[in-house]
Design a protein around this ligand. Structure first.
Ligand code: ATP
Ligand code: MG
Length: 665
């Protein structure tokens, strides 16, 4: 498919200049690109000076053994000191670090001074449990302040954490404990989810019956819900017993810049999750800089909210380490966006006067589906900047986000990055870039990214290919935990000396980058490469469609046939349900309308062979569409790895509807 399709999607020439007021006061101006271009390493060395080093680095990058990078290798620092202590020392102890909003409506605001006390106590508690620098700690928690405290306490004593998303099963937890050889698990009795307490501790108990988890000597348990909790004497200890009685004084020790900070597993969208290792100095430098630059954070006045779960890299980098290293005031919300009502998020924005909101396309599309009238009931005028991460954001969803959440004035920054990159890599800068709905646009200052063809040649503007990173960056993964070979094979073998991200991308005529989905998902239809993202965006641009997932299924005539699964917007879905009850033909009418719409937007070659309206799509726990499972279904195969799937009943529902879809053809 040619660049015409993009032009079609962009036919209204939608571009938004930075608001004048924001541009005038922006943290980062166009000059940063020039500086970084003139001296990339000098630029990063300057950004490292944002941090407080116990011993300042004299080296920037050591790339003598690629692709194993060392950044700021002779520097020493403490991450928790940078995120907490230094703000208190700078007289900001009374500033709120976290506004915690529990799902049932309980709240706590925690200042930096209070956070320092909590982190110090927790660090002392972990030390009492025998945790030493280098020991791994698994964290399996709901979204509560103690989770942030636990991560910072680990960082403070140099014990790498492995946060496991609280929605995962005992199996997933056990594998991650085994893989990291964790010594302590920090958990809670449970958390609140969809209006009720949801237990966590039983999964820990079960995980610890599995072989290979004997390394765990202690389980530290936060009381959150007060539910009955089974107890293993000698192993389990309550947070309120152990942590509470510790001193709130703790002297942070400085660690080498390359000391491991955490292990974190990828989302599992494309296969078995990979345990990504991040280290200290380079990681903190880049998360701190990007949070400052991309979100234009003014710590004295902004109220920042990232809705991700701390179980994902977005939570690590843009709830914990980025914002706190910058002294931000932020919201931490425990629950789901629709509990107890579909306006809960907007109520929170109004309540705390949130100025910067960072969320994922899946959430934006869910809000689109629920209807414009819901956010309209709340005062969202405090918002001045919106961000998106996790998947390509369909232009329609981008425009909806800006209009209905951003009051038609806020910039939207679409940020491309991965667990592996540790921090944002490609994104507009809100005070500099004219934003384009649906495009992540430009590599940040100091980042070198481009799009190449099969032979590693850079593609010209207007062409598509593979997204690669051509220079090492400070927050890059250092390896896959315990598996250097997989690190080499996965990221560094496809193209020589280039990091292969696994994502397809395209450059438009201005040289701006558009993400086109996973390389594995690109479809081949009658000799044409067609991106799933483009067909999905075309479907979502139809007023009746809120969300779409597109896959290529093997087809004898066309190599692959395009199959689309669509979620309709609320009103359309209601109308459809009535119609469906009346006649199957009417469903056919809507399907025909959508097929024609795609053909009109992208050309006849991109017209889906099948379109199936569904109530839900299979998603990872981090909210990304798992196309590979839909492809398995469309090709009648057994499903691949489903361990990170949110809800397996979704697949059953879709499978049960498929025969009806085949009769469509
Ligand atoms: P796995 O690697 O296990 O398959 P995953 O890639 O979904 O899982 P993450 O590291 O959480 O795990 O996600 C990174 C991926 O998310 C990117 O490679 C890209 O495909 C997608 N992504 C993230 N942000 C964006 C964005 N702004 N635009 C387009 N795609 C994005
Ligand atoms: Mg990935």
């Amino acid at each position: 498919m040619s660049n015409e399709s993009l032009a079609n999607l962009l036919k209204e020439e939608r571009r938004f200049a930075p608001p004048a007021e924001l541009a005038a006061r922006a943290n980062v101006t166009a000059e940063a690109y020039e500086q970084a271009k003139a001296d990339r390493l000098g630029f990063w060395a300057a950004q490292a000076r944002r941090l407080s080093w116990a011993s300042a680095p004299t080296e920037t990058l050591d790339w003598s053994n690629p692709p194993f990078a060392k950044w700021f290798a002779d520097g020493k620092l403490n991450v928790a000191y940078n995120c907490v202590d230094r703000h208190v020392e700078n007289g900001l102890g009374d500033r709120v670090a976290l506004h915690f909003e529990g799902e049932p409506g309980d709240t706590r605001s925690i200042t930096y001074a209070e956070l320092l006390g909590e982190v110090s106590r927790a660090a002392n508690a972990l030390t009492e449990l025998g945790v030493q620098a280098g020991d791994r700690v698994a964290i399996y928690m709901p979204m509560i302040p103690e989770t942030v405290v636990a991560m910072l306490a680990c960082a403070r004593i140099g014990a790498p954490h492995s946060v496991v998303f609280g929605g995962f099963s005992a199996d997933a937890l056990a594998t991650r404990i085994q893989d990291a050889d964790a010594r302590v698990v920090i958990t809670a009795d449970g958390g609140y989810r969809r209006g009720k307490p949801s237990a966590l501790k039983p999964a820990v108990d079960e995980a610890l019956t599995r072989p290979g988890t004997e390394s765990v000597r202690s389980v530290l348990v936060v009381r959150r819900t007060g539910q009955e909790t089974a107890w293993t004497k000698g192993r389990d200890v309550w947070w309120h017993d152990l942590v509470r009685r510790q001193s709130d004084q703790h002297t942070p020790q400085a660690f080498d810049a390359e000391h491991p900070l955490f292990i974190l597993y990828t989302s599992g969208t494309t296969g078995k999750p990979k345990g990504i290792l991040h280290t200290t100095g380079g990681y903190l430098t880049q998360v701190s800089y990007t949070h400052h630059a991309v979100f234009d954070l003014k710590p004295e006045s902004d109220v920042y909210w990232c809705t991700a779960d701390v179980g994902w890299v977005t939570g690590h980098s843009y709830i914990v380490y980025g914002p706190l290293s910058n002294g931000a005031t932020e919201v931490l919300y425990e629950g789901t966006p629709d509990t107890p009502h579909q306006g809960r998020w907007w109520e929170i924005v109004q309540k705390y006067g949130v100025t910067i909101l960072y969320t994922a396309p899946t959430a934006i599309r869910a809000c689109m589906k629920w209807g414009d009238d819901i956010p309209a009931k709340f005062d969202l005028s405090s918002l001045r900047l919106l961000g998106s991460v996790g998947e390509p954001i369909n232009p329609e969803a981008w425009v909806w986000y800006r209009k209905h959440i951003g009051g038609d004035t806020t910039p939207v920054v679409d940020t491309w990055w991965q667990t592996e990159t540790g921090a944002i890599m490609i994104s507009p800068l809100p005070g500099v870039t004219d934003t384009k709905p649906g495009s992540a646009q430009v590599p940040l200052p100091g980042i070198a990214a481009t799009v190449v063809d099969d032979d590693a040649n850079e593609v010209p503007d207007g062409a598509g290919g593979y997204l690669v990173l051509t220079e090492p960056w400070p927050s890059m993964l250092r390896t896959i935990w315990g598996d250097d070979q997989r690190y080499l094979d996965t990221y560094w073998s496809r193209f020589k000396n280039r990091y292969f991200a696994g994502d397809g991308a395209k450059k438009d005529d201005d040289g701006d980058i558009w993400l086109l989905g996973r390389v594995d998902d690109v479809m081949l239809v009658s000799g044409h490469n067609i991106s799933t993202t483009e067909v999905e965006s075309a479907l979502v641009s139809h007023p009746k469609v809120a969300e779409a997932a597109v896959v290529g299924a093997t087809d004898p005539q066309t190599t692959q046939a395009i199959c689309a699964f669509v979620i309709l917007r609320q009103e359309a879905a209601a109308a459809e349900a009535k119609v469906e009850a009346a006649s199957a033909d009417a469903e056919g009418d809507l399907v025909e309308e959508l097929r024609a719409h795609v053909a009109k937007q992208l050309g006849p070659i991109a017209k889906p062979k099948r379109i199936l309206p569904v109530a839900e799509l299979p998603k990872t726990r981090s909210g990304k569409i798992m196309r590979r499972l839909l492809r398995d279904v469309a090709e009648n195969r057994a499903l691949g790895d489903v361990t990170t799937l949110t809800d397996s009943s979704v697949m059953e529902l879709i499978q049960s509807r498929l025969p009806a879809a085949s009769s469509e053809d």
